[in-house]
Design a protein around this ligand. Structure first.
Ligand SMILES: [Zn+2]
Ligand SMILES: [Zn+2]
Length: 82
């Protein structure tokens, strides 16, 4: 979900562009940083695709990205992981 800072309209978007256009007021604003919450490691029988970088990884973590469930590898999360 993103919220327009001009009119407070919220809508779900998969857009990854740096600038987004509000569908309600048509104004452009810079995409806010994604809020990533790490839930914990996932036990995997075989390497699985990281939803962030698209590579096959075996060190994936269950996450919420902007309140949507996602699986992301430790390398993509290295700034967030200790
Ligand atoms: Zn707006
Ligand atoms: Zn990754």
């Amino acid at each position: 979900m993103v919220t327009c800072p001009k009119c407070d309209y919220s809508w779900p978007t998969k857009a990854t562009a740096a600038w987004i256009t509000c569908p309600k007021c048509q104004r452009k604003f810079e995409r806010p940083d994604q809020i990533i919450e790490i839930l914990g490691p996932i036990a995997l029988a075989k390497p699985t695709t990281c939803q962030q970088c698209g590579r096959e990884r075996s060190d994936l973590r269950a996450c919420y990205v902007d309140d949507e469930a996602a699986i992301i590898c430790a390398e993509c999360l290295k700034d967030l992981l200790e």
